[in-house]
Design a protein around this ligand. Structure first.
Ligand SMILES: [Zn+2]
Length: 124
């Protein structure tokens, strides 16, 4: 179990990361919209252009959205007191590891073992 001050520190860390990602996502969306409005004119946006814009935004924000969702999950686990519990072996995940990788759901041993099986980088 994390101590109260460790939980607090981790929460601040997650909320800071989340705030930064959300701010990035918003400024990138603003940029895309402004640029395309300048090019095509605000009133001439038809449906297909809007769809195009939308898919551009999705591509731009896949990574951000993915990370935002991971952080929101981590905050939920923190709230439920589960954040330092490895989802694989239920052993506690060390506070240092959590501060380095706040969105992780695996202890170091399980993460290492999993990486040997699949070369899948799930946001870590
Ligand atoms: Zn584990």
């Amino acid at each position: 179990m994390l101590t109260e001050s460790e939980s607090e520190e981790l929460k601040k860390r997650l909320e800071a990361d989340l705030g930064r990602l959300v701010a990035n996502a918003h400024s990138a969306i603003g940029f895309t919209m402004d640029r395309d409005r300048d090019r095509i004119g605000r009133d001439s946006m038809d449906e297909s252009t809007e769809e195009e814009l939308y898919s551009t935004q999705l591509r731009l924000h896949d990574r951000e959205n993915f990370l935002i969702a991971k952080i929101q999950e981590a905050l939920k686990r923190l709230h439920n007191g589960e954040i330092d519990e490895c989802e694989e072996c239920s052993e506690p995940i060390g506070f240092k590891r959590l501060m380095a990788r706040p969105v992780t759901t695996l202890c170091f041993e399980c993460k290492t073992a999993r990486e040997q099986v699949e070369a899948d980088d799930a946001g870590e």
